[in-house]
Write a protein that binds this ligand. Structure first.
Ligand SMILES: C[S@@+](CC[C@H](N)C(=O)[O-])C[C@H]1O[C@@H](n2cnc3c(N)ncnc32)[C@H](O)[C@@H]1O
Length: 251
């Protein structure tokens, strides 16, 4: 165990992904009337987008599931602080083992890996599982990475050896989603400045920790983590990885 523990990601990041306040509000606006709707977020993290959605729709209810205990505890505390605790249930659990529930709206953002299996099958596995959670006419907000151009072998290696076939072009991602029985209602993507803002916040706790604990026996471990992440970012995904947000309507 690292002593002291670096601050959790939620101290510095609003969302666990490249998403600004404005963009999140625009995504919520693509979900259609939310009055009385039930919104389910799979791999919700600390459920910030779910909480903002419920705050915007006073009669909507929500459910979020994530495997991370710390993230769920933080999401519950935020729900209570914002007066949303009676309309949202946040649970610790493995999406792959979860039986699911009928929903009007489902979110799956940056979390296609929650169903496990080979990384090259994550997107398809998620779309299949998510389509089973929605009633016809229900909406899926799906956030998934894509290649902005063909990555080089060196870039893939820098990105923790991401398999080339794990992601596709935006066109390929949309085509795949439609093949699982959806229609495309809206499409947007994270800007480079949203990515940079997320990455800068992501690295903040490690960099602060290194300044404040330079003599710690754990400094080498934290420095290595931070350095590896910098390589993944600067030599890898900053040039080639995009994040697309698809609002899909279940046929
Ligand atoms: C990149 S984060 C995205 C979190 C959130 N959707 C957001 O956009 O802020 C991916 C999340 O998937 C969760 N996750 C990974 N495997 C999971 C599993 N088997 N079941 C449920 N959640 C899982 C992680 O704990 C993490 O919170």
């Amino acid at each position: 165990m690292t002593t002291p523990e670096p601050a959790p990601l939620y101290r510095d990041c609003d969302f666990n992904g490249p998403l600004s306040d404005d963009h999140s509000a625009r995504l919520i606006g693509t979900l259609g009337p939310l009055d009385g709707r039930h919104v389910v977020d799979v791999g919700c993290g600390w459920a910030e987008l779910l909480l903002r959605t419920l705050a915007s729709a006073p009669t909507a209810t929500g459910f979020g599931i994530d495997i991370g205990e710390g993230a769920i505890a933080h999401g519950r505390a935020n729900a209570a602080e914002r007066g949303l605790a009676d309309r949202v249930e946040l649970v610790v659990g493995d999406a792959g083992q979860w039986a699911g529930a009928n929903a009007d709206v489902v979110f799956n953002i940056g979390s296609t890996h929650a169903w496990g299996g080979d990384p090259v099958t994550h997107t398809a596995n998620a779309l299949e599982a998510l389509s089973g959670l929605l009633r016809p006419g229900g909406r899926l907000l799906f956030g998934e990475c894509f290649w902005t151009r063909e990555p080089t072998d060196a870039e893939l290696a820098a990105m923790y050896d991401t398999p080339r076939a794990q992601y596709r072009t935006v066109r390929g991602l949309v085509d795949l989603a439609l093949s699982y029985g959806f229609r495309l209602r809206a499409l947007s993507q994270a800007s480079l400045s949203e990515w940079d803002d997320f990455e800068n916040r992501h690295a903040k706790a490690w960099e602060e920790w290194l300044v404040e604990n330079s003599g710690s026996p754990d400094a080498e471990e934290i420095r290595a983590l931070s350095e590896r992440h910098r390589v993944a970012r600067v030599d890898g995904w900053r040039e080639v990885m995009g994040m697309a947000y698809l609002t899909l309507v279940r046929v």
